[in-house]
Design a protein around this ligand. Structure first.
Ligand code: AMP
Ligand code: MG
Length: 328
């Protein structure tokens, strides 16, 4: 009797089948994006995908720093003259100031002039110490003047903002707000995955990539809400002679960040997950783990160690996903 009772308790309910997911793949925000939705019917799920896709396209048109967008127009503001921002840009710029300060400048969207000096977004070169010194001050958000009360921003001489480290996160938050009620959805933008609406019984399973071989899954996490962002070099690192010029720079020194693994961050807000994965990458393993523990952030460093990978999660990451520190 007791064993029968146990059986009925532990066996999954055969009628509670996982609903089918419908997916679309599109090229978006500089990456191959996958959108999935589960809903009561195929028509509903396809309508969910349309809404999410439209939102992502709108965000790209607003935020890209690769073409003319409202965000990129900040980079053509007249120098040293306060210009009024639209309400959404004002909110975003406020967030960027907050997180730049909280991370001690490890994340800094003002890094544009440095990115250009190292040419990390095309064919990398090694910048000389003199060249770095010349652009360092203009590569900080703090050298822009922001009047939060008036929602006005002034660009410093040579200043250029870059949305690379937070644009996907902001776009995913906007998609989450646009998503239709009653739908369970997942958006995978390459380095960042967001989900919403999944019932507890059917979380999405998300693969966390090996830091050096992005096509290999190191482990999986179950996601019911929020966003997982990964920052890492592997694919985008360039080598100039013997010098590795990664695409993530340390705005405090003006040089490429030296860490060579990857960092995974979960946060309810995709913008914050995106910002913090970049910031922790810049801080490196030990300082990054200390910062993330102090701030109770669910983060995990994946540190290549000869043929293995050392997994270094924070307490919050372990509590959230059951992932413990171990070599794999
Ligand atoms: P992510 O892949 O989210 O870590 O963002 C990396 C991208 O953000 C780079 O390709 C640059 O466009 C930009 N970036 C590089 N270093 C920084 C930094 N320290 N803070 C803010 N943005 C950065
Ligand atoms: Mg980022």
């Amino acid at each position: 009797m007791i064993s029968l009772l146990l059986l009925t308790l532990v066996l999954p309910n055969p009628t509670a089948r996982e609903p089918l997911a419908f997916s679309r793949q599109v090229y978006l925000m500089g990456t191959q994006a996958t959108l999935s939705a589960r809903n009561a019917s195929r028509a509903d799920a396809l309508a969910d995908l349309d809404v999410l896709l439209a939102s992502l396209e709108e965000s790209e048109d607003a935020l890209s720093t690769w073409r003319d967008t409202p965000f990129n127009r900040l980079n053509t503001l007249p120098e040293d003259r306060l210009t009024t921002l639209s309400p959404w840009l004002c909110r975003l710029v406020t967030d960027l100031y907050i997180w730049t300060a909280r991370t001690g400048g490890a994340f800094d969207p003002g890094v544009g002039p440095l990115l250009d000096t190292w040419r990390v977004q095309s064919h990398a070169r090694v910048a000389s110490p003199g060249e770095v010194r010349e652009v360092l001050a203009a590569s900080r958000l703090s050298s822009w003047r922001f009047d939060a009360g008036a929602c006005a921003l002034a660009r410093p001489h040579g200043g250029r903002l870059d949305s690379g480290a937070f644009g996907k996160g902001e776009a995913l938050d906007r998609a989450a707000s646009a998503g239709r009620r009653g739908s369970a959805w997942l958006i995978d933008l390459g380095g960042q995955v967001s989900v919403g609406g999944a019932p507890a019984a059917f979380p999405w399973r998300v693969g966390i990539a090996h830091p050096l071989h992005r096509d290999q899954v190191l482990f999986e996490v179950e996601l019911q809400m929020g966003s997982v962002a990964t920052s890492g070099g592997s694919e985008r690192d360039q080598h100039v002679g013997k010098v590795r010029v990664g695409h993530i720079l340390d705005p405090r020194t003006g040089k490429p960040a030296s860490f060579s693994g990857s960092v995974v961050v979960w946060h309810q807000r995709a913008l914050v997950a995106d910002i913090l994965s970049t910031a922790l990458y810049v801080m490196g393993t030990e300082a990054g783990l200390r910062w993330a523990e102090r701030n109770e952030i669910a983060a995990c460093f994946l540190v290549p160690d000869r043929s293995r990978v050392r997994i270094r999660p924070t307490g919050a990451f372990t509590r959230h996903f059951g992932v413990r520190g171990a070599p794999r």
